[in-house]
Design a binder for this molecule. Structure first.
Ligand code: TXA
Ligand code: MG
Length: 348
């Protein structure tokens, strides 16, 4: 199903499809969502089937404005009111205790529900036209990179979706920040463009942070949001080492570069990323997707700054790429990285 320009008539058609329990992909400011009527369990089940996603992974319910929150949650804590006042519509999802009639299909059987008001005119118009909540995960197949353009949705889901609304490229380019307000202390579940410090400033208290991911070792870590091509996150020094090494010169290598001066060659495709954090985020998924289309042997990503403002980007890169654990990173020798890559690329 080819994407259609999201004009008024396409949006009304999409709202009709949602009422019929069908699936509609639509743009938000973060990434494209795969939407279904959040109060229709059969429609919600179709989302899981289309994505190949395990049914215990809960979905985000998109609502048109703060006043619609009442319909979904048992209680609205002051913290939710404060964050919504400041950041909605916008790339922030709040997890709250759900009302009994919220389908368990949406919440993966949990007693909480995740909600957000998206800041995209097409998403908001669709929510108005539909008149209810839209459950929507990112419109990609499970464990793949989220789509930031309508064509990516087509590539990911093809005919599994009944209509794709094309609203152009997503401005933010990374999934929303998720904050759990369902128990005493607010907890950051997923970093995003709205960062920890901004949230803490509004709440006037510290957030509980996500657990440090378990030590990542090459080949062993959980890969999520991932390109198909083997992707490795490297320090600047490691990347320099790899480039000085002759053995890899007949391999097709993609580089997502941040600070190095690298020379392109027919076998080395270099994409130099923007220096500014929001611009980097905006470009990240489409860059990885583009490189994934080039039939490369490997994609090397230069680790961007490790600062708080870059937390969401580092989080997604950590999931998209294999990387070395911190201990390994400080101790790994040039020889070590060369040996590792030689093995990976089957070079003797
Ligand atoms: O920016 C976004 O959030 C996009 C757009 C489409 O809105 N959506 C998105 O959905 O990223 P998805 O399904 O790819 O990610 C939803 C995340 C999952 O990590 C899920 O575990 C978490 O939200 N989540 C949903 N409901 C939850 C709940 N009740 N408790 C904790 N986490 C929840
Ligand atoms: Mg997703």
């Amino acid at each position: 199903m080819n994407p259609v320009i999201a004009d008024e008539s396409a949006i009304h058609k999409a709202a009709d499809l949602l009422r019929q329990g069908r699936l509609v992909a639509f743009p938000t400011e973060t990434v494209y969502g795969l939407g279904a009527d959040a109060k229709n369990p059969d429609a919600v089940k179709r989302i899981f089937a289309a994505k190949g996603r395990p049914v215990d992974h809960p979905l985000i319910v998109h609502i048109p404005d703060f006043s619609a929150l009442d319909e979904w949650v048992t209680e609205i804590p002051d913290s939710a009111q404060q964050l919504a006042d400041r950041f909605w519509p916008g790339p922030l999802t709040l997890v709250l205790n759900k009302k009994p009639d919220v389908p368990t299909e949406v919440t993966g059987g949990q007693s909480t529900v995740a909600l957000r008001v998206p800041a995209h005119p097409v998403a908001l118009n669709l929510l108005q036209a539909f008149g209810g909540g839209i459950a929507a995960p990112s419109a990609n197949r499970f464990c793949r990179i989220s789509p930031t353009q309508a064509s990516h949705v087509l590539e990911e889901l093809g005919d599994a979706v009944d209509l794709i609304l094309d609203g152009g490229p997503c401005q933010v380019g990374l999934e929303s920040t998720i904050v759990d307000l369902s128990f005493g202390q607010p907890k950051l579940l997923r970093p995003g463009q709205i960062n920890r410090l901004q949230i803490e400033e509004v709440l006037q208290r510290e957030l509980i942070l996500p657990q440090n991911p378990t030590i990542r070792t090459p080949g062993m870590m959980e890969v999520h949001y991932a390109p198909v091509t083997c992707t490795i996150l490297c320090t600047t020094r490691q990347l320099q080492t790899i480039f000085q090494y002759q053995k890899f010169q007949d391999k097709k290598i993609g580089v997502v570069n941040y600070s190095l001066e690298l020379v392109e060659s027919p076998r080395v495709h270099v994409v130099t990323m923007p220096r500014q954090v929001d611009d980097y985020a905006h470009a990240l998924y489409s860059t990885l997707r583009e490189l994934d289309h080039l039939n490369l042997d490997i994609i090397l990503v230069e680790r961007p700054p490790q600062k708080e403002a870059w937390r969401a980007i580092n989080d997604r890169l950590g999931k998209a790429a294999k990387s070395f654990s911190e201990e390994e990173e400080s101790s790994i020798t040039c020889r070590g990285i060369i040996e590792f890559l030689s093995l990976l690329l089957s070079i003797n």
